[in-house]
Design a protein around this ligand. Structure first.
Ligand SMILES: C[S@@+](CC[C@H](N)C(=O)[O-])C[C@H]1O[C@@H](n2cnc3c(N)ncnc32)[C@H](O)[C@@H]1O
Length: 264
């Protein structure tokens, strides 16, 4: 199965008018791999800026001739007003204490008539099935325990936020990427990943988990993870294991009022 980024919704290129974008800004870009993808879909003369507040993740990426990565906060973007014809963020707003402040900045740097867009998941609406009873419920519990200040159900709230900051022509597309692991039981898959070992997940997130859980709770969580892993490992050996899950991924765009449609 091809290795597809489940967070790149089909139809994204047309939805964002990327074929017309000349100046792209990706806010909260992480290592910038999505920024590079966006630029790859734009005309050859386009340029892209990715910005992120975390120096360490920026270091994982690399600026290139056409993608410039910069250290900056979404709430105070060091870019001139009316500069970009496509400003986007992916999985950023859900993590911010005041998402309207960041979106307001994104609108400010967009050209009049330019597009502002967000891609945000609704993990609270995740649904799935696993041959290991309780496995997906356990993953959901871990996600809630480690989400700190993030709003896991942010996706559906984007439209109201776009209205609040004065964007016009707001449109939303909802895509539900499916993740599968093990077996061929779920032929509709868009993305496949190897079976997740729950013990490793619990071990990986002690810093997030420890302040919320006492030692007894943490031990109970680890025991549950071990028990589930044991059942799953046996199923994998018997070639019986399969799981699939899906969550709605919201892609929302709006236009900054005033001016002609940017880039066209
Ligand atoms: C879940 S990651 C998403 C990264 C990237 N957009 C993607 O989809 O692959 C969220 C990113 O937002 C960044 N971030 C969080 N708060 C921020 C802020 N106030 N200003 C800029 N970036 C921020 C984090 O450092 C992190 O790299």
């Amino acid at each position: 199965m091809p290795d597809i980024d489940p967070m790149i919704p089909p139809g994204l290129v047309d939805f964002l008018d990327l074929g017309f974008a000349r100046r792209i800004v990706d806010v909260g870009c992480g290592s910038g791999s999505f920024t590079s993808y966006l630029l790859g879909q734009a005309p050859p003369t386009a340029v892209a800026i990715g910005l992120d507040i975390n120096r360490a993740v920026l270091k994982e990426g690399r600026s290139s001739k056409d993608v410039r990565l910069m250290l900056a906060a979404a709430e105070q973007i060091p870019i001139l007003s009316d500069w970009s014809d496509m400003v986007i963020c992916r999985r950023l707003l859900m993590n911010l204490p005041k998402p309207s402040a960041a979106l307001g900045e994104m609108v400010r740097i967009a050209k009049r008539g330019g597009l502002v867009a967000a891609i945000e998941p609704d993990f609270l609406a995740e649904r799935g099935h696993s041959t290991v009873p309780g496995e997906l419920e356990f993953l959901q519990k871990l996600l809630l325990l480690t989400s700190k200040g993030s709003d896991l159900g942010f996706g559906p709230k984007c439209v109201a936020l776009f209205k609040e900051v004065g964007l016009s022509e707001i449109e939303a597309l909802v895509h539900s990427p499916v993740t599968v692991s093990g077996g061929d039981s779920f032929p509709t898959a868009h993305c496949e990943r190897s079976a997740r070992r729950l013990v490793e997940l619990v071990t990986k997130w002690p810093i997030e988990l420890e302040p919320r859980l006492g030692k007894a709770d943490l031990d109970a969580l680890m025991k549950e993870a071990r028990d589930l892993d044991r059942v799953r490992d046996q199923q994998v050996r018997d070639a019986e294991y399969a799981s699939a899950s899906s969550f709605p991924l919201w892609m929302v765009r709006g236009r900054k009022v005033g001016g002609m449609n940017a880039g066209r």
